[in-house]
Design a protein around this ligand. Structure first.
Ligand code: ADP
Length: 484
C-alpha cells in the first residue's frame, strides 16, 4: 500500500506529546511490513536547528491564504527507511514552539494548519506519490478530508485515496472564528451543522470526524468513552453517528527507542531478568535532583504535559499527604503557565524531598523512568497514554486513574488478574488517588511481591507491530468504504 502519514509533530523532529511518538514509530513498522510509507510535517525552527540531513525539493505552487499568495517548499529527510517531507514556510513555522504555549494558542494557527492541509494536497501530485491511504492525525490535519470532498473532488489523482483520521485527543478541537472559511478559501457549503461548523465557529477536528472515510482513536476504552456526553467534548453525537466507522487501536511504544537494556541516557542498563541497574539510576536521579540518596525511600515520579487533563489538581491537593508518607517526588513537566508556577512553588517548598523540573527534557525523562519506583498518572481522561507504557517497560510501577488507555494497559492486583502490573483508582479525587498510593506503598514494603509486579510490567508487549497490523486492516477497510 502507498501510505502518507500527516502529523503536526513527529519524534524525533518535533514533539510536545504522545502524538509525536506515534507518528515517529508507526511508519517504520508499516515499512517493515512491506508498505511504502511517507511522512509529511511542517519544517519548524527546531527541525531547522536540529542535526538532521535534509535536501530541498522543487518549490510548491503558491497557495492563497488570507488574501496573500503563500510560497512554500518541501525538504526531504528520512526516519530510518521512511522518507519524511518537511513543509517549509517560514512565516508559519519558523518560530519557537509548535502551537503556542499549550496546544492551540498561536493566533494564526488556523492559517498555519490550513496551509499545511492545502500544501499537502498540492505537494503529493508534484512528488508523484499517490496514496491509497492518507492517515491524518488530530485537528492540525483535519481540513484534508473536507478539501478532498470539495476542491479536489474531481481530481483523478486522489480518486483512489481513502482517509483515516486518528483522534489522539478529542479535547483539542481546532476551533477558530468563522472568518477562516474565507481566509482559507474553503467552500462556504462546508460551514454547516452537517459540516465543520461548531456553534458558529469552524472546528478543524470536526472536519475530520465528519468527512474522513474512517476514524480511529488510540485505545478501546477511549473509543467507548468519547461516545458519551460526559467525555465526548460536545462531539459524542457525531461520533455515535459514525460508530460503525470508529475503532480503537492501542498505541505501542518503539521498543528500540525505549529500552532500558540499551538507553544511553541511563546511569546503568538493566532488563527484566536483572533489574539491579535500577539502583544506580535511582542514585543518579536523586543526586541530580537534589534528593537524599536513600535506596529504600520510594520515589514517585511524573513526566507530563502540565495541562488540566492530567489531573494535576489531585496531585496538588494530595501534596502534603504524599510528603507525610515519606515518599520522594520527582516531576518533570511543561505546559500551562499556571501549573508551571504552582508546581514550581510546591517543589521549592519541599526541597530535598521533592523536585520539580520545568521544561521538556528527553534525557532527564529517561532517567526518571529508570530511576523512579512508581509513576503517577491521575488523568481526568487519557486517550492512550504513553507515559505508563514507558514506565512499565522501565520498571517504574504505574499508579493511574482507570480511564481511556490507562484502563486498557494497567492492571491492579486488587482485580485478581494474573498479570497485575500497577495500581488503579476510579474516582477523580485525591483521597481515591491516595488510597491507590497507599496500596502501592504497602506492596513496596514486600520486595518479592513488588519485584513480581514490576517484572510483569517490564515483560508486557506494547510493541508497535501489533498496532501496525491492526492499522493495516483498517486502512483496507477505509479503502472499501471509500469505494463503496
Ligand atoms: P500526551 O500525549 O497527552 O502528552 P502521553 O502520555 O501520551 O501524553 O505522551 C507523553 C509523552 O511525552 C511521553 O513520551 C512522555 O515521556 C513525554 N513527555 C511529556 N512531558 C515531557 C517533558 N516535560 N520532558 C520530556 N518528555 C516529556
Amino acid at each position: 500500500m502507498n501510505i502518507v502519514l500527516m502529523a503536526s509533530e513527529v519524534a524525533p523532529f518535533a514533539k510536545t506529546g504522545g502524538l509525536a511518538d506515534v507518528a515517529g514509530s508507526l511508519p517504520g513498522e508499516l515499512h517493515r511490513l512491506g508498505h511504502d510509507v511517507r511522512i509529511f510535517m511542517p519544517l519548524y525552527r527546531s527541525v531547522k536547528q536540529g542535526d538532521f540531513q535534509l535536501s530541498p525539493l522543487a518549490p510548491l505552487p503558491s497557495i492563497e491564504i488570507a488574501g496573500t499568495a503563500v510560497a512554500g517548499r518541501l525538504w526531504q529527510g528520512s526516519l530510518g527507511e521512511v522518507p519524511v517531507y518537511f513543509l517549509e514556510q517560514d512565516r508559519f513555522y519558523d518560530r519557537d514552539g509548535l502551537y503556542g504555549t499549550s496546544r492551540g494558542d498561536h493566533a494564526d494557527n488556523a492559517l498555519r494548519f490550513g496551509y499545511f492541509a492545502r500544501a499537502l494536497l498540492a505537494a503529493l501530485p508534484q512528488i508523484g506519490f499517490r496514496p491509497d491511504v492518507l492517515h491524518l492525525n488530530d485537528w492540525q490535519t483535519g481540513l484534508v478530508p473536507a478539501l478532498l470532498r470539495t476542491d479536489w473532488r474531481d481530481s483523478a489523482f486522489y480518486t483512489g485515496t481513502a482517509t483515516v483520521a486518528t483522534i489522539h485527543n478529542l479535547g483539542y478541537q481546532g476551533l477558530f472564528p468563522a472568518e477562516v472559511v474565507a481566509a482559507l478559501n474553503l467552500d462556504p457549503a462546508l460551514f454547516a451543522m452537517e459540516g465543520f461548523e461548531y456553534y458558529g465557529q469552524v472546528s478543524f477536528l470536526k472536519s475530520a470526524l465528519v468527512y474522513a472515510d474512517l476514524l480511529t482513536t488510540v485505545s478501546e476504552t477511549y473509543c467507548t468513552e468519547i461516545q458519551t456526553p460526559e467525555m465526548g467534548h460536545g462531539f459524542d453525537g457525531i461520533l455515535r453517528s459514525r460508530a460503525d466507522r470508529l475503532f480503537g487501536v492501542l498505541n505501542g511504544i518503539d521498543d528500540q527507542l525505549w529500552d532500558p537494556s540499551h538507553d544511553a541516557a541511563l546511569a546503568a542498563v538493566y532488563h527484566v531478568d536483572d533489574v539491579d541497574g535500577k539502583h544506580a539510576n535511582k542514585r543518579r536521579l536523586q543526586s541530580r535532583l537534589g534528593l537524599a540518596c536513600e535506596a529504600e525511600t520510594p520515589l514517585l515520579a511524573m513526566v507530563t504535559r502540565l495541562a488540566s487533563q492530567k489531573g494535576l489538581d489531585l496531585v496538588e491537593q494530595a501534596w502534603p499527604a504524599l510528603l507525610e508518607r515519606g515518599v520522594q517526588i520527582a516531576i518533570l513537566g511543561s505546559g500551562d503557565q499556571d501549573y508551571m508556577d504552582r508546581f514550581a512553588r510546591l517543589g521549592a517548598q519541599s526541597k530535598g524531598q521533592a523536585a520539580v523540573r520545568l521544561g521538556f527534557d528527553d534525557r532527564l525523562a529517561r532517567l526518571i523512568y529508570a530511576g523512579s519506583d512508581m509513576f503517577l498518572m491521575p488523568s481526568r481522561y487519557e486517550p492512550c497514554g504513553l507515559g505508563q507504557l514507558i514506565a512499565l517497560r522501565y520498571g517504574s510501577v504505574p499508579v493511574v486513574r482507570s480511564t481511556g488507555g490507562l484502563a486498557d494497559t494497567v492492571f491492579d492486583p486488587r482485580d485478581g488478574v494474573a498479570q497485575a502490573n500497577g495500581f488503579t483508582f476510579e474516582e477523580i479525587s485525591s483521597p481515591a488517588m491516595l488510597r491507590a498510593m497507599d496500596r502501592a506503598l504497602a506492596l513496596y514494603r514486600q520486595p518479592g511481591d513488588w519485584l513480581r509486579l514490576m517484572r510483569n510490567g517490564m515483560a508486557g508487549d506494547f510493541s508497535w507491530r501489533r498496532s501496525a497490523l491492526r492499522y493495516l486492516d483498517l486502512y483496507r477497510k477505509a479503502g472499501q468504504l471509500h469505494h463503496a
